[in-house]
Write a protein that binds this ligand. Structure first.
Ligand code: NAP
Length: 313
């Protein structure tokens, strides 16, 4: 397959990636978004996005992703669907190997996002899709009228438990501490919607036949163990940045996020990090989109300097 060259390659087609592509394309740069499956990233698995401005009634995450892709395409951004297996970021031009061929680019915007963290229990992988799930809005319907457990104490766990409380017969929230990481007021909201919170409790094992039949629990303080029968376990214990491909090339923080400040510049000249994959305080669709615009701006500035033979900023 022939090599294709672009001014800018964007790795990852979530809101950060497609906003970057839109801004690059509107600036007259050639740009390709390299995306594994389809537009949207994590956003595409969100049933209803209510906090992205401009949609007063909210919008389905998959539909918003499709609109972002179409908007970028209207200005000439290309999408290349296939997994990127190699990225050489310090060479010139930068070189990506994907299942769809080799793509080279003068600047690269990394927008690969983050994926849900696993609990790390035996059989967790085998039961994925057979009782263990990581996205309530994607898989909740399979558990209509059933009993489910949500693991975690952050905003995602709270939102998942509330979403599931509208579908399921019984929802338990299992949290390892005595206080939520989500705002304290969430406790009343959860309890008001019939969610039973099991505080100071760890999930130590999974019970199964062909599918999940229950979880094994341990009281963190007393060490007492018990089993809780359930049909589904929704794991909502945070996210892991999708940065393995860039290890050893781009500086990362202790959790594996790409180190970059508000300019989105990384430790490698001509490489920018936008969206959830970047070190930042707030990870939302709107902050990812904002990063995309900023990354496109600084990528363009980098390319101008490169072409004028100046030392890139
Ligand atoms: P998070 O805020 O990092 O919370 C993760 C939760 O999982 C914490 O309660 C943590 O417990 C628990 N946890 C982590 N590892 C665990 C393990 N191995 N076993 C058991 N429990 C474990 O993650 P998140 O809820 O996915 O949210 C990620 C970011 O997105 C946050 O900044 C959040 O505010 C934001 N977010 C915002 C919204 C919104 O504004 N609508 C919605 C969703 C997410 P500890 O508390 O004990 O550490």
């Amino acid at each position: 397959m022939a090599e294709r060259h672009y001014d800018v390659a964007v790795i990852g087609g979530g809101p950060a990636g497609y906003t970057a592509a839109l801004y690059c394309a509107r600036s007259g740069l050639t740009v390709a978004v390299l995306e594994k499956l389809s537009a949207g990233g994590q956003m595409a698995t969100t049933d209803w996005v209510e906090n992205y401005p401009g949609f007063d009634e909210g919008i389905n995450g998959f539909e918003l992703a499709q609109q972002m892709e179409r908007q970028a395409r209207r200005f000439g951004a290309e999408s290349i669907y296939g997994e990127v297996t190699e990225a050489e970021l310090s060479v010139s031009p930068k070189r990506m190997v994907s299942s769809e061929g080799v793509i080279t680019a003068d600047a690269v915007i990394l927008a690969t996002g983050a994926y849900p963290r696993e609990l790390g229990l035996p059989d967790e992988g085998a039961l994925r899709g057979r009782g263990v799930a990581y996205c309530a809005t994607c898989d909740g319907m399979f558990y209509k009228g059933k009993t489910v457990v949500v693991a975690g104490g952050g905003n995602t766990a709270v939102e998942d438990a509330l979403y599931l409380s509208k579908l399921c017969r019984k929802v338990y929230l299992v949290h390892r501490r005595d206080r939520l990481r989500a705002p304290a007021s969430s406790r009343q909201t959860l309890e008001g919607n019939g969610v039973e919170i099991l505080w100071n409790t760890r999930i130590t094992g999974l019970r199964r036949e062909k599918t999940l039949t229950g979880v094994e629990l341990e009281d963190v303080a007393s060490g007492a163990r018990r089993e809780l029968a359930c049909d589904g376990l929704f794991v909502a214990v945070g996210r892991v940045p999708d940065t393995a491909l860039f290890a050893g090339q781009v500086e990362m923080d202790g959790a594996g996020y790409l180190k970059a400040d508000e300019s989105t510049r990384t430790s490698v000249p001509g490489v920018f990090a936008a969206g959830d994959v970047r070190t930042k305080a707030v990870r939302q669709v709107v902050t990812a989109a904002a990063d995309g615009a900023v990354a496109a701006h600084f990528a363009e500035e980098y390319l101008l300097a490169l072409r004028e033979g100046a030392e890139p900023l």
